[in-house]
Design a protein around this ligand. Structure first.
Ligand code: TXA
Ligand code: MG
Length: 324
């Protein structure tokens, strides 16, 4: 047990990490629970702190594209092009791993997930360490991802020594995970970089295969991810309000797709700005979960840009998907 400190000291975070411990770090997507990716004991501590099953691999974070050759090999041109376009930023690339990355990090896969996060504190921390950081989102396994230091504290107080506070995450949904196979780019998880953005820079075919329910390639695609404790339903709000009439309903809306007639009402973005909605998503899901409602009813956004990633998170948080 630790007395978990929330602070802004990159030095203190580095000290804990250099001694093999895990700390929470800010990124532009969500907060990460970071440990030395070369050190199996540190990686084991991450799994333990999150209560995460070992078959679910971790993303390795580094501070520049130049570092990637130290952990990955046979890097396709299409991957380098994406990295040049979107790093630092919410893009994760699946690349053939080198032996220096423990199998525990990749759950036995011969590919390692790598990204360069865009948060200045994360980059400053990574720049002063002699190793990359393995980091899943800093939430107990299965729960909603954290976008503030306070969210991390709610889930992991006592379990980790330090939370590096970098303010609220600016993007608000996790990175887009891209695999490269047979000179094609395959989106495995929707995220902060949209399909449209990737298509705009890619010189090769871009596919989206994020629905591998039975044999997930990215096990983050598993059931009851991002789940609130309060049952959450997605769909048409008037219909949901009707269906749950008599219950206390927390409504999550977007722009015009909002209702003011719930027990508690949240709007991801009153001006229907999808970037703002992404930034607010996990905070609003947590607030809706904590407001005393019996059910949460969430509207789905237009399925374009980062709206597709928001819809993905809402659908995977929904009770329908918990039954997979
Ligand atoms: O934005 C993000 O990606 C955040 C921040 C902290 O960087 N991290 C994050 O990590 O979302 P996590 O662990 O919550 O989700 C990582 C996803 C999981 O679905 C995992 O299965 C997948 O990445 N993944 C990691 N390594 C993989 C690998 N070698 N092959 C396939 N999928 C992998
Ligand atoms: Mg996660």
């Amino acid at each position: 047990m630790y007395t978990t400190i929330i602070g802004e000291s990159v030095t203190e975070a580095a000290d804990w990490l250099n001694s093999g411990k895990v700390v929470a770090i800010p990124t532009e997507t969500v907060y990460g629970l970071a440990g030395n990716a070369f050190n199996e004991e540190a990686v084991l501590r991450i799994f333990k702190a999150k209560n995460r099953p070992h078959f679910n691999p971790l993303i390795v974070h580094t501070h520049s594209l130049d570092m990637v050759a130290a952990f990955a090999t046979d890097i396709p041109d299409a991957a380098v092009e994406l990295a040049r376009a979107f790093w630092p930023g919410p893009l994760t690339l699946l690349l053939k791993k080198q032996a220096i990355i423990p199998d525990l990090v990749t759950a036995g896969s011969d590919k390692v997930a790598i990204r360069v996060p865009a948060h200045p504190l994360a980059l400053s921390l990574l720049g002063r360490l002699a190793f990359p950081l393995a980091a899943p989102s800093a939430n107990p396994f299965g729960y909603v991802s954290p976008t503030t230091a306070a969210h991390v504290h709610q889930g992991l107080a006592g379990v980790i020594p330090y939370i590096l506070n970098g303010g609220p995450s600016g993007v608000g949904v996790e990175s887009t995970i891209v695999d490269i196979d047979d000179n094609k780019l395959i989106i495995r998880r929707k995220g902060g970089i949209s399909l449209e953005m990737i298509r705009a820079v890619a010189k090769v075919e871009v596919l989206q295969r994020t629905h591998a329910h039975e044999h997930p390639v990215a096990p983050g695609q598993l059931k009851s991810h991002y789940a609130t404790l309060t049952p959450l339903y997605t769909g048409n709000l008037p219909e949901l309000l009707n269906r749950f009439a008599g219950s206390r309903i927390a409504v999550i809306g977007f722009g015009e797709l909002a209702e003011a007639s719930g027990y508690a009402n949240f709007n991801l973005s009153e001006k229907a700005d999808t970037d703002e909605a992404a930034r607010n998503l996990f905070r609003v899901m947590r607030e809706a979960d904590a407001c005393g409602a019996d059910v949460i009813a969430a509207a789905l956004l237009p399925e374009k840009g980062i709206g597709a990633a928001i819809n993905d998170r809402l659908k995977r948080a929904s009770v329908v998907n918990k039954a997979w």
